[in-house]
Design a protein around this ligand. Structure first.
Ligand SMILES: Nc1nc2c(c(=O)[nH]1)N(C=O)[C@@H](CNc1ccc(C(=O)N[C@@H](CCC(=O)O)C(=O)O)cc1)CN2
Ligand SMILES: Nc1nc2c(ncn2[C@@H]2O[C@H](COP(=O)(O)OP(=O)(O)OP(=O)(O)O)[C@@H](O)[C@H]2O)c(=O)[nH]1
Ligand SMILES: [Mg+2]
Length: 431
């Protein structure tokens, strides 16, 4: 087994840089630079010297085999975060026998192959590293810590029990087993179908936590859509002007909205038009807002813009509240110009979207959801067969085994190799 090493912290100038080594030679190699090694899990300051040249004054930290992130012997060098120090230490390590630079995701791959984490945790870890908002951090941390793994393990146990109950009756078919196992199997399958379906249902929304929710701003020309977008984005992302029909293309701004990842869409003002270019813009506005997760519809005195019929979750707000219409400020009215009502609007958007994510579910990956759907399909077939008389026990058990295989694929117990390259391609080196 090669000993691998890589810069674990971000590239470039920094306070501290961490180089991590994993594999059988990792401690020896560090010993050659540091001289006397500290006790495992005890950071110690050492002068790193190679061929009589001091490389750096660094902290050395060792993890024993069986008690590290990868499960292998691990050594870490916490160096001064200098580009030159890191480059020189990496160069020296490359010359050490049995040592080579790690590939992207290779530390995590070893953790997976050594059974410290499963495939869902690998995906959770990748999501955690990619997390930019609070909701993403929370959700991916749960997955990384094994929330999906634990659930899948419980489901798998229930499936194995169902299959085992049925198989017992197959084995003893000619002995006329006195107990009828179908009631218990029926109960187990119904519970599983309910739980797995609930998980799939919630996962579609949670997948949005990864790519972001799309929120489209709609309204008539000059309603103040682009001004609102700029206000929410905190920068002049879109051109605004008093000319009706300024915005033509859909303008996308990605932002952190109360902890949720949101892509705001500014769109062309909706109206009847003879201008073909404006017409294309309006068609795009309608198309993108149809696919969006949520619509914020700006209205003026004239009411709803043409071509819009309201949906349950639409957020309708009067714009340009600073201009006043005589009476006191309407609740929910906003002004992109003065900022009035903007915090409330953000709150409303976050509440609507947050409510969709809030469920006890954990799955947030398309790959995991597809595995669950496949397990549900197999369980459904098993469940239907259970009501057929005479019961075709072997067929039912086979459907259940199929569902078990789907779960095993999901957590990477089987069929993992072809998936790994794809998954680790998105990892950084050193992770
Ligand atoms: N310096 C440093 N910080 C880091 C990491 C790292 O590799 N190095 N991690 C890398 O991702 C994360 C922590 N992940 C880790 C996971 C397990 C073990 C570990 O040694 N586990 C042992 C002992 C647990 C214990 O102390 O009780 C074990 O589980 O047996 C270490 C780090 C985040 N911070
Ligand atoms: N007083 C006031 N003026 C506003 C407000 N929001 C926008 N405006 C003005 O209204 C005009 C139109 O604003 P835009 O944000 O470009 O409107 P839009 O909805 O994007 O318009 P189109 O892109 O043409 O569809 C500009 O002159 C803005 O300065 C507001 O809240 N209060
Ligand atoms: Mg505009």
């Amino acid at each position: 087994m090669d000993t691998i090493f890589a810069l674990a912290s971000a590239r470039g100038k920094a306070g501290v840089a961490v180089i991590r080594l994993s594999g059988p030679a990792s401690w020896d190699v560090v010993g050659q630079l540091a001289g006397d090694l500290p006790a495992p899990r005890r950071a110690a300051l050492r002068r790193l010297v190679w061929q009589d040249v001091v490389l750096d004054e660094a902290l050395v930290l060792l993890f024993p085999e069986g008690g590290s992130f990868t499960d292998e012997k691990v050594a870490e060098l916490h160096l001064h975060g200098s580009i030159a120090v890191v480059a020189e230490v990496l160069r020296v390590l490359s010359g050490m026998p049995g040592c080579r630079m790690a590939h992207a995701g290779e530390f995590t791959r070893r953790a997976l192959e050594n059974g410290r984490i499963d495939l869902t945790q690998v995906e959770g870890l990748a999501d955690l590293i990619d997390a930019e908002t609070e909701a993403q951090r929370r959700q991916s941390l749960r997955v990384m810590s094994g929330a999906v793994r634990e659930r899948v393990e419980a489901w798998r146990r229930a499936m194995i029990r169902s299959a085992a109950l049925l198989e017992a009756t197959i084995d003893f078919a000619d002995e006329d087993v006195p107990v009828d196992v179908t009631p218990e199997v029926r109960l187990l399958l119904d519970g599983l179908l309910r739980d797995l379906s609930a998980e799939v249902e919630g996962s579609k929304v949670r997948e949005r936590l990864r790519d972001g929710f799309e929120v489209a701003i709609l309204g008539e020309p000059n309603a103040g859509k682009s001004t609102l977008l700029n206000r929410l984005a905190g920068r002049e992302a879109a051109i605004t002007s008093e000319i009706a029909g300024t915005t033509r293309d859909v303008i996308e701004v990605r932002m952190d909205l109360s902890g949720l990842p949101v892509t705001l869409l500014d769109t062309a003002g909706l109206r009847e038009t003879d201008d073909p270019v404006e017409g294309i813009g309006i068609a795009r506005a309608l198309e993108r807002s149809r696919l969006a997760d949520l619509r914020v519809v700006l209205v003026g005195d004239a009411g709803l813009p043409p071509g819009i019929s309201l949906d349950r979750d639409d957020i309708v707000v009067r714009s340009k509240s600073d201009l006043g219409v005589g009476d006191a400020v309407e609740t929910g009215a906003i002004s992109g110009k003065t900022g009035q009502g903007i915090d409330d609007l953000v709150e409303r958007i976050a509440t609507v979207l947050g409510a969709r994510v809030a469920s006890s579910g954990v799955v947030m990956h398309e790959r995991q959801r597809i595995a669950l759907e496949s397990a549900i399909a197999s369980l459904g077939l098993a469940r239907n067969q259970l009501d057929v008389i005479p019961a075709r026990t072997e067929l039912i058990a086979e459907h259940i085994r199929q569902a078990i295989r789907a779960l095993e694929l999901m957590v990477g117990r089987i069929g993992v190799e072809n998936l790994l390259d794809e998954i680790f391609a998105s990892f950084c080196i050193g992770k």
